[in-house]
Design a protein around this ligand. Structure first.
Ligand SMILES: [Fe+2]
Length: 394
């Protein structure tokens, strides 16, 4: 079955993308861990019933089944690609650790396959990036950064050959960690300054491992060397500023930060997708590139329509939609005042920088599922509220 909606915000679930296929019993168990119920299996086609007795007609949604075989094939193929890429990166990491020659040929084939899969169905393959195993962190992190970078690159309009280059760059970005002593790399506690300096050197080790090789995209060396640099010049190892940080490095840096923040490690529980996106958003301009971050947040989804948005002044509204290019500034129907009492419903468009009753600009505070604050979004849709991408709730 194809899952189209959870009983909670997607961003509070471990499922990266909005919509995915349940293929086997394990998938169902994974969903059962998180949700009591889900909506499945519809492709929506809206039509309006001509009803002369009603001024605007009644909107209905016609349901049509998706081609399950095609979806199933795509997820199986995506999983095969994920596993074979993981196998290749494990070989490469082991070779780097042992000081053996890196065999890039098979990794390149795997990355080409990743590009094909992301282009065919980004949801299917990116969903796999959420199924993490703590004990395989470095290998899975490398594959995840590869896939997230390809998906983001595709969203930003990069050509196919560029997607392969950014995929290799993502896959190899942390290879230098294999030269960091394991007792530092796997230390469960906070690193002391000396240990941190050694850990930071993984960028330099990566450059040494990859530089001068004719069989690897030269930009990958720059990405591995520079992916901990910051636009404000406060990164490492060189402290270069934005003028010297390439687009590929900016893309891989965000994919790397997001996957690291949302991963469980032996020393910390991974944060939620929304928290990670908020941190990325807060560090736009200093650490992260504005356009790349906005595209990334838009890809993952920060303000899903149909959920409740609490503003910093305490008012609450229902997220209706976000215009293209304004994923961080959705349209919201305000329903509760600052004391959480019902207020006359009014639609505001955060892209227009509206102000509240006190003349202060609205700022967002948190996203909640329907039912929170006593607001049932279904009640509003029953009354005719249209929410982007939503079925009419009968
Ligand atoms: Fe790194």
């Amino acid at each position: 079955m194809y899952v189209v909606e959870l009983d909670r915000p997607w961003i509070d679930s471990p499922f990266l993308f909005q919509g995915f296929l349940l293929e086997n019993a394990d998938d169902i168990i994974a969903v059962q861990d998180i949700c009591k119920w889900v909506y499945v299996d519809v492709v929506e086609e809206e039509w309006v019933e001509a009803d002369v007795n009603k001024p605007t007609g009644v909107r209905h949604t016609q349901k049509r089944y998706v081609d399950k075989n095609q979806m199933a094939t795509q997820l199986t193929a995506a999983n095969r690609t994920y596993q074979s890429t993981k196998k290749q990166v494990k070989h490469l990491l082991a070779s780097a650790q042992l000081g053996q020659a890196l065999n890039m040929a098979d990794a390149k084939v795997a990355v080409k396959d990743c590009v094909d899969r992301v282009v065919a169905n980004p949801n299917a393959i990116l969903w796999l990036t959420r199924l993490k195993h703590q004990d395989e962190y470095t290998a899975e992190h490398s594959v995840n950064v590869c896939l997230l970078s390809i998906a983001l690159g595709q969203r930003m309009g990069l050509a196919a050959y560029e997607l392969e280059n950014i995929g290799i760059s993502g896959l190899m970005h942390d290879i230098g960690k294999m030269k960091v002593p394991p007792e530092i790399l796997n230390k469960p506690d906070r690193l002391d300054p000396e240990e941190f300096a050694e850990m930071a050197r993984h960028t330099v080790y990566a450059k040494q491992l990859l530089m001068g090789r004719s069989d690897i995209y030269p930009g990958a060396v720059d990405v591995a060397y520079s992916h901990h640099e910051r636009l404000d010049g406060k990164g490492y190892p060189r402290g270069i500023d934005s003028s010297k940080i390439s687009l590929f490095t900016r893309i891989v840096t965000i994919a790397d930060a997001y996957d690291a923040m949302t991963s469980d490690r032996c020393y910390k529980v991974g944060m939620s997708s929304m928290e990670a996106l908020q941190i990325i958003n807060r560090n736009i301009g200093t650490q992260f590139d504005k356009e790349v971050a906005r595209q990334f947040i838009g890809m993952i989804g920060m303000y899903p329509p149909g959920y409740l948005l609490e503003m910093s002044n305490g008012e609450v509204g229902i997220i209706l939609s976000a215009d293209k290019g304004y994923q961080l500034k959705p349209r919201v129907m305000m329903v509760l005042d600052r004391d959480k009492n019902p207020q006359p419903e009014a639609i505001i468009n955060l892209a227009m920088n509206p102000t509240d009753g006190a003349g202060q600009p609205y700022k967002t505070k948190g996203v909640y599922r329907s039912g929170h604050f006593g607001v049932d979004v279904g009640e509003y849709t029953k009354k005719g509220l249209r929410i982007q991408g939503f079925d009419e709730m009968e």
